[in-house]
Design a protein around this ligand. Structure first.
Ligand code: DGP
Length: 115
């Protein structure tokens, strides 16, 4: 989508620190890191939010992204201490970019529940 920030990162039009890449997903450092390790995992195809990943294809996509996020966490060395994977959906959750993304957060003790 031409006016989507994360689609522009996928296209290489906006620079990002990419930590992992496949044909279907990329992971890059969040510009506003809230933890020592804070990476965003996104599909390369535009999907607005988790609620829009529907049916068999949505199920496959979400499974792939979650597995990809877990691999990113492993590669960042977070397995033993632990980490959090979270996705914000819509206004009340504070979703600020309408391209599906999983936050992978770690490297410090994370509080619960999130604010
Ligand atoms: P959310 O609030 O859940 O929609 O998260 C969006 C995240 O995207 C937020 O933590 C900041 C991050 N972000 C916004 N713009 C950019 C950008 O241009 N580059 C990178 N790397 N991250 C961005």
């Amino acid at each position: 989508m031409a006016d989507c920030l994360f689609c522009r990162i996928v296209a290489g039009e906006i620079p990002a620190t990419i930590v992992k890449r496949s044909d279907e997903a990329i992971a890059f450092r969040d510009i506003d890191a809230r933890a020592p390790a804070h990476v965003l995992v996104i599909p390369t195809e535009h999907v607005a939010a988790v609620r829009d990943a529907r049916g068999a294809e949505g199920e496959r996509l979400l499974g792939m992204l979650l597995r990809f996020a877990a691999e990113v966490a492993t590669e960042l060395g977070l397995d033993s201490a632990g980490y959090r994977i979270v996705t914000n959906t819509g206004k009340d959750a504070g979703q600020s970019v309408d391209h599906l993304h999983f936050h992978v957060l770690g490297g410090r003790k994370l509080t619960w529940p999130p604010g």
